[in-house]
Write a protein that binds this ligand. Structure first.
Ligand code: NAD
Ligand code: TYD
Length: 361
């Protein structure tokens, strides 16, 4: 394998969110020689507390701001002498994109464009442009939905996004691709499957189920519960992204998956079993009694699955955490970190919950 890229000053957008904050932590623990700047607007999904310990110990610099703010982005790239961008910032929840797609187009498309264009202007002026890299973190949802017997998504699967979320991510992927093909700017796109693990915002399936079990609330499973997702433990994803940053080839796309295809209903039953086993006291036991099938999500994709052979064969990355191991760690984390998630069940969250689940139940 060729010599790894050196990352000197990295800008991590969306570093206060779920995957971003896990990545910031992973990067700081593993690669202490680079400077880390986090840019995050702290939307409802962003939580500075996720990375405060790294901020107070001087391991990162945190800047609150919007990726759509070109002046701010220009200044940051220049003043912090950024050579590498790891772009996580996005509106990320499908159900919210159904309620209000506008914010998704703004952040995911316009925001990504703003970052790409600012980075291009900086990259153009460098003496060693080959040392620069823009990593665009995206999703498998851009590929659309699979039937049960379809082969898993590969890097050459045609795009076919079905939700406003996935359509906006597809738009941003196309821009990142075009910046490489048109201008030669070094960009890499990664498309990963459903992540799970610590610091996952309560609206997503796994944390929602853990929290509702602790609160004795019903566990809403959309439709018939037979939808399939390929679950990737967030630490495995972070390792994959670090590998891509060091050894990935500009202009390429890498799919990242967990090799863990599970039906939603089976996953929820697994969470229930783990909660019954690990929680000292829960209002309803067995907690599976709380499972309630509710009206399906609009346009709900049936199955996602990732073929991760390319990143395995070219960069040597494979996922290490099985869904059983990862879920156990995740459930334990939500049990031990109630102080983290309780404040997130704000009035904004309650009103969102009401809108999605009052319609659904
Ligand atoms: P998240 O919603 O938990 O975090 C998003 C972060 O971006 C938040 O901290 C938020 O404050 C910040 N942000 C939002 N709009 C911003 C803006 N305009 N300017 C600056 N910051 C802004 O999302 P996540 O689950 O951590 O996802 C991170 C990335 O990974 C996203 O690009 C998402 O599309 C992609 N992805 C996520 C998953 C998953 O399972 N969570 C799967 C595939 C791909
Ligand atoms: P989610 O965590 O929202 O991720 P994504 O939509 O990006 O895959 O949902 C995962 C799966 O769980 C998806 O098929 C929708 C389903 N789901 C439910 O059945 N009930 C819920 O309350 C939620 C939030 C999701």
């Amino acid at each position: 394998m060729n010599k790894s890229r050196e990352v000197r000053n990295i800008l991590i957008t969306g570093g206060a969110g779920f995957i971003g904050s896990n990545f910031v932590r992973h990067w700081c623990q593993t690669y202490q020689s680079s400077r880390v700047i986090v840019l995050d607007a702290l939307t409802y999904a962003g939580n500075r507390a996720n990375i405060t310990d790294l901020e107070v110990t001087g391991k990162i610099k945190f800047v609150q701001g919007d990726i759509c703010d070109r002046k701010l982005v220009d200044e940051l790239l220049l003043v912090e002498n950024i050579d590498t961008v790891a772009h996580f910032a996005a509106e990320s929840h499908v159900d919210r994109s159904i309620l209000g797609p506008g914010a998704f187009v703004q952040t995911n498309v316009v925001g990504t464009f703003t970052l790409l264009e600012a980075f291009r202007q900086r990259w153009l002026k460098q003496e060693k442009p080959q040392d620069y890299l823009f990593l665009h973190v995206s999703t498998d949802e851009v590929y659309g939905s699979l039937e049960l017997d379809d082969p898993a998504f590969s890097e050459t699967t045609p795009y076919s996004p079905n939700s406003p979320y996935s359509a906006s991510k597809a738009g941003s992927d196309h821009l990142a691709r075009a910046y490489y093909h048109t201008y030669g700017m070094p960009t890499i796109i990664t498309n990963c499957s459903n992540n799970y693990g610590p610091y996952h915002f309560p609206e997503k399936l796994i944390p929602l189920m853990c929290i509702n079990i602790l609160l004795g609330k019903s566990l809403p499973v959309y439709g018939d519960g037979q939808n399939i997702r390929d679950w990737l433990y967030v630490e495995d994803h972070c390792r994959a992204l670090a590998t891509v940053l060091h050894n990935g080839k500009p202009g390429e796309t890498y799919n990242i998956g967990g090799n863990n295809e599970v039906k939603n209903i089976d996953l929820v039953r697994l969470v229930c079993q783990l909660m019954d086993e690990l929680a000292i006291d829960i209002p309803v036991k067995p907690s599976s009694q709380l499972i309630t099938f509710v009206q399906d999500r609009l346009g709900h994709d049936r199955r996602y699955a990732i073929n991760a052979n390319k990143i395995k064969n070219e960069l040597g990355w494979v996922p290490q955490v099985t869904v059983e191991e990862g879920l156990r760690k995740t459930v334990q984390w939500y049990l031990e970190n109630q102080d983290w998630w309780q404040p997130l069940l704000s009035s904004e969250y309650q009103s969102y919950y009401q809108q999605v689940y009052a319609v659904a139940t």
